[in-house]
Design a protein around this ligand. Structure first.
Ligand code: PBG
Ligand code: ZN
Length: 334
C-alpha cells in the first residue's frame, strides 16, 4: 500500500491532523526533525597580528579574533555542546602566489595547532581551503593573464590542505570551486601520509551576492572581475548535481550545498542522489538578513533562526555551518 492514500474513510472526519497538535507535549512527541548542537559547525575568523577582537559591521555579534583569544572562543563553543569549528584565517601578508596560505606558520596552521593542543579530540577541526584571503587580487585561484589558472591553483590548494593536515586538521574543506581540487587534495594528503584527513567539498557553491558580509569580514573581495568563472550559476540545478557527482568521484567524504536557505531544493536533490553526509552552509548574507530584520524588531530572531535551521535539516542536510551556531546551541539548552 502506498504510504499516503487519501480517499474516503481515510480523510475528514475520520482523519483530523489537528489531533497531533493539541499541546506542546503532543507536538514535541510528533516532531519529525530535531536540531541538535551536534549538527552545528561554528565558523571562527582568526586574524594575524590583531590586538583585540574586532566587530564586523555587516555581521552583528560576529568578531574577528586574535590568536590569543582563540582558545577562549573554542572553549565557549565547546561548552555549548558544539563539536566542530570551521576556521578562517586572515593573514597579514598577501601576494600573487598566496604563499601565506600554505606557510606552516600561517594563521590557520597556528590556529589549528593551538586548538588541537588545547582540546585534543574534543573538538573537530575543519579548515576552509581557499586562496582568496591570501592572494593580493582576492581571487580563489592563482591568476595568469587576468584569468584564473585552474591547474596551477589546484596544486597550491593541495599544498594548503597538506599544511592544514600537518597542523592537525580533521577535515579540510576546499571552497575555491576549481575543477579537480578534491582529487588534487586527496592525492596530496595521501602522498603526505594524511590518509585519515577527510575532505568536505564545497561542491555546489553558488556565485551568490549573499557572501558580501563574509568578504567584509575576511577582507577577501576580488580586486577585478567577479567569481562567476568558477562559482556556480544559481539557475542550474542539474549542473549543481554534476558538481556534487564529480566531488564524490574525486574522493570527497562530505559534500556541501551553499548558501542554504535559497537552495533547499538542491539539498533535497543531493539527499536523493547520495548517501554521503551532506553539509549545508548558511552563509553570511543569510545571517545578515535575519539579523537586520531582528534588530529592527520586525522578526523574532530566535524563532526565525529555529525555523530556518530546522528547514535546512528537513531538506536533507546532516550538518550545518551557521554563524548562529552558538545562539542556536544556547537556545537548544533551554
Ligand atoms: C572562501 C569562502 C567564502 C565563503 C566561504 N569560504 C567567500 C567567497 O567565496 O567569496 C562564504 C561564506 C559566507 O558568506 O558566509 N572562498
Ligand atoms: Zn575563495
Amino acid at each position: 500500500m502506498k504510504k499516503s492514500s487519501i480517499k474516503s474513510g481515510n480523510a475528514f472526519p475520520n482523519v483530523r491532523l489537528r489531533r497531533l497538535r493539541t499541546s506542546p507535549a503532543i507536538r514535541d512527541l510528533f516532531q519529525e526533525t530535531r536540531l541538535s548542537a551536534k549538527d552545528l559547525i561554528a565558523p571562527v575568523f582568526v586574524q594575524e597580528g590583531l590586538k583585540k577582537p574586532e566587530a564586523i559591521e555587516s555581521m552583528p555579534d560576529i568578531q574577528r579574533i586574535p590568536l590569543s583569544k582563540l582558545a577562549g572562543e573554542v572553549e565557549h563553543i565547546s561548552d555549548l555542546g558544539i563539536r566542530a569549528v570551521i576556521l578562517f584565517g586572515l593573514p597579514s601578508h598577501k601576494d600573487t602566489e598566496a604563499t601565506s596560505a600554505f606557510d606552516d606558520n600561517g594563521i590557520v596552521q597556528q590556529s589549528v595547532e593551538l586548538v588541537r593542543k588545547q582540546f585534543g579530540s574534543r573538538m573537530a577541526i575543519v579548515t576552509d581551503v581557499c586562496l582568496c584571503q591570501y592572494t593580493s587580487h582576492g581571487h580563489c585561484g592563482l591568476v595568469f593573464n587576468k584569468k584564473i589558472d585552474n591547474d596551477r591553483s589546484i596544486d597550491t590548494l593541495a599544498k594548503v590542505a597538506i599544511s592544514h593536515a600537518k597542523a592537525g586538521a580533521d577535515i579540510v574543506a576546499p571552497s575555491a570551486m576549481m575543477d579537480g581540487q578534491v582529487q588534487a587534495i586527496r592525492k596530496g594528503l595521501d602522498g603526505a601520509g594524511y590518509t585519515d584527513v577527510a575532505i568536505m567539498g564545497y561542491s555546489a557553491k553558488q556565485a551568490s551576492p549573499l557572501y558580501a558580509p563574509f568578504r567584509d569580514a575576511a577582507h577577501s573581495a576580488p580586486e577585478f572581475g567577479d567569481r562567476r568563472t568558477y562559482q556556480m550559476p544559481f539557475s542550474n540545478a542539474k549542473e549543481a548535481m554534476r558538481e556534487i557527482e564529480t566531488d564524490i568521484a574525486e574522493g570527497a567524504d562530505i559534500v556541501m550545498v551553499k548558501p542554504a536557505i535559497p537552495y533547499l531544493d538542491l539539498i533535497h536533490r543531493a539527499r536523493q542522489a547520495t548517501n554521503l553526509p551532506i553539509c549545508a552552509y548558511s552563509v553570511s548574507g543569510e545571517y545578515a538578513l535575519i539579523k537586520a530584520a531582528a534588530m529592527n524588531g520586525w522578526v523574532d530572531e530566535d524563532a526565525v533562526m529555529t525555523e530556518f535551521l530546522t528547514s535546512i535539516k528537513r531538506a536533507g542536510a546532516d550538518m550545518i555551518i551557521t554563524y548562529q551556531a552558538k545562539k542556536m546551541a544556547e537556545l537548544l539548552r533551554k
